[in-house]
Design a binder for this molecule. Structure first.
Ligand SMILES: NC(=O)c1ccc[n+]([C@@H]2O[C@H](COP(=O)([O-])OP(=O)(O)OC[C@H]3O[C@@H](n4cnc5c(N)ncnc54)[C@H](O)[C@@H]3O)[C@@H](O)[C@H]2O)c1
Length: 394
């Protein structure tokens, strides 16, 4: 059986984790075959460390003929141009989250992968968490009936000022293109919509507390859906301790709550919609509620983050055997639609309909860059946009 040869572009924090886990996995299905980083010293040291050839940019790695698939692990602005360059060389694309900063370039990358017939996946590995897989299975099975409320509290993304200072691009408009909504919360936004459904309208209040950064570190988002009366709420921050992650999905026949690696089911013996019309009790004091019982749902342990290597393995198996990806590019853009809509709502005011207007989010990011950039991000957005414009023939 042929092994899938992975290259990695961007050998920083997560590029190294991918290189280490692929190397340790010693699989007969896939292997690490080359690495690249725009900083020659980083590329060279990574090549030595993992015993593979190294390149000083992604295109040289693509043109080497050494890789069947690439993991794109650079800062976000570079994901779409590097993904499109790979696809045009028939190299399969496994992109780090988020797919990009704005939906326009991300949509272009998905379309190019489709046109070129290459696979496209995204490293939203939290979908491999046992509690989340179980919750998804139970919601989809109809156990809690029609879902009318979804709540994601993710205050567990705490980061220090030293973290934001650790990379020029971090916490900037022209280097990163956003804050918690683009770096940490994509995982939470993805779980929120994967399990609770995709909203069609978003209203947001964004804030920056305590950190000295250009971008938001806290987000409050209210979501509306095609289904009348259904509502979703998201709270995400990197500036709260001790913090928690709690996903709550409330349906007509019960509630599921995932928190701290545990999953609880609040089971009703009668659907709410049935009880509230059938019960003849008129006084609030005497209304007999449908019997509710809270139960722990059995899930496997070791749940905290999900495993990156499982996404990589599924990607290799997809190429070898046609089995499903953990998250396709088309699914991965949903969380970016939500975050882009939240930026538009948070900075321009009002509710924002999904799918997001690509021109509007582009304009907003350019405006925020003009008005708020300190120069720390070193113009990464402009460089990546120039590469993208060339690729799109503009
Ligand atoms: N899935 C996850 O759990 C997870 C975790 C961390 C980071 N990420 C994502 O991975 C990406 C990288 O994050 P990080 O924390 O590793 O950043 P990092 O700053 O530690 O590393 C980025 C690396 O990319 C290199 N680089 C920059 N531009 C490049 C280019 N055009 N071509 C080649 N190399 C380039 C930099 O020199 C640096 O070494 C981000 O998009 C982030 O959201 C995902």
């Amino acid at each position: 059986m042929k092994k899938i040869r992975f290259g990695i572009v961007g050998m920083g924090v997560i590029g190294n984790l991918h290189a280490r886990t692929i190397t340790e996995d010693a699989s007969d299905e896939f292997a690490l075959s080359a690495v690249a980083d725009i900083v020659p010293d980083i590329a060279g040291k990574a090549g030595e460390k993992y015993g593979v050839p190294s390149f000083n940019d992604g295109l040289a790695l693509y043109d080497s003929g050494l890789v069947d698939a690439v993991i794109i692990a650079t800062p976000h602005y570079w994901h779409p141009p590097l993904g499109i360059e790979a696809a045009r060389r028939k190299i399969h694309v496994l992109c780090e989250k988020p797919l990009g900063v704005r939906v326009g370039p991300a949509r272009a990358m998905i379309a190019e992968c489709g046109r070129q017939g290459v696979a496209m996946g995204c490293m939203l590995m939290q979908r491999t968490r046992a509690t989340m897989m179980k919750m998804k299975e139970l919601v989809d099975s109809g156990l809690i009936g029609e879902v009318f409320r979804v709540e994601m509290i993710c205050s567990s993304w705490y980061r220090t000022q030293a973290y934001y200072d650790s990379g020029a691009w971090r916490g900037t408009w022209d280097g990163e293109g956003g804050g918690i909504l683009l770096n940490q919360a994509p995982h939470s936004l993805d779980l929120f919509q994967w399990i609770g459904g995709m909203p069609n309208r978003v209203t947001a209040v964004l804030a920056t507390r305590a950190h000295r950064i250009e971008v938001e570190n806290s987000a409050n988002i209210i979501c509306q859906y095609d289904q009348p009366g259904k509502v979703g709420y998201i709270y995400a921050t990197t500036a709260e301790l001790p913090g928690t992650e709690r996903l709550m999905v409330v349906g007509d026949k019960g509630t599921l709550i995932a928190e701290g690696g545990k999953l609880r089911h609040g089971e009703l013996d009668m659907a709410i919609s049935e009880h509230l019309v059938k019960s003849s009790a008129a006084s609030a004091d005497h209304i007999p509620h449908p019997k509710a019982a809270w139960k722990d749902v059995e899930v496997a342990s070791g749940d905290q983050y999900g495993k990156h290597i499982e996404v990589t393995r599924a990607f290799a198996r997809h190429l070898l055997h046609g089995t499903p990806l953990v998250v396709t590019g088309k699914e991965a853009i949903n969380e970016l639609e939500i975050s882009n809509a939240a930026y538009l709502s948070g900075f321009n005011g009002g509710a924002v309909d999904l799918p997001v207007d690509a021109g509007a989010i582009n304009e907003l990011i350019l405006r925020l860059e003009r008005e708020r950039s300190t120069g720390k991000g070193k113009g990464m957005r402009a460089e990546a946009d120039a590469a993208m414009a060339k690729l799109m023939g503009r």
